[in-house]
Design a protein around this ligand. Structure first.
Ligand code: 5GP
Length: 190
């Protein structure tokens, strides 16, 4: 997505060789028009995947996912990050490790918002080591539903997430694929 890559080059900051900061349009201030355009790219790619429900992870995945759900006319569910396990049978939960925040959290999905015949599109803001996406996949599959695709706004292709998901056979579509980060340096794969 050219507009996104241009924006990353203009406003993105590589904090170091692994972390990209995009607070001006995605993670803090949100450019709703750009989010809407992301929605049309995801819709175009996933339109024939038989998607019935779109899922994301709070909080930065919400804006692009809401715009995609709006454009595809589908229900959207936000997976919650909780500090501790909920000890009742009403939710699916799985532990996810965040390398950026150096912490674990419980990714949580209410049983009310998934059915076993759902074909789910998972969307997130970043793909790095794949921990968040793999956690979301575990919840969808524990519910007996199918992961029909994974949409990523910014993939850091030099980290392991993309190849893990490819090896597992998931259909991953990223709007921007960053191949290298460094001081004053942001490069794309394609
Ligand atoms: P993963 O689980 O794939 O290791 O990391 C994905 C999650 O970590 C994303 O949901 C995102 O919130 C956060 N994340 C990973 N890398 C970055 C990054 O370079 N910049 C920002 N802003 N968030 C990141």
């Amino acid at each position: 997505m050219k507009e996104l890559k241009d924006r990353i080059l203009k406003h993105g900051t590589a904090l170091n060789e692994t972390v990209l900061k995009v607070d001006t349009f995605l993670n803090h201030q949100v450019d709703a028009k750009l989010m809407y355009e992301m929605g049309s790219y995801f819709k175009e790619y996933f339109k024939n995947h038989g998607i019935t429900r779109i899922m994301t992870i709070e909080s930065s995945g919400i804006a692009p996912t809401a715009m995609t759900a709006l454009q595809m006319g589908l229900p959207m569910v936000t997976l919650k990050k909780q500090k501790s396990k909920i000890l009742n049978g009403d939710v699916y939960q799985t532990t996810v490790h965040s390398f950026t925040k150096v912490m674990d959290y419980e990714l949580t999905l209410s049983k009310n918002y998934i059915n076993k015949d759902d074909r789910v599109l998972i969307i997130d803001d970043f793909l790095a080591h794949g921990e968040a996406a793999l956690g979301a996949i575990r919840l969808v599959e524990e519910a007996g539903a199918t992961v029909a695709g994974i949409g990523i706004v910014i993939e850091k292709s030099f980290q392991a997430g993309r190849s893990k998901l490819d090896e597992m056979g998931y259909d991953v579509y990223s709007l921007a694929r960053v191949s290298k980060l460094g001081k004053d340096l942001i490069e794309f794969l394609d």
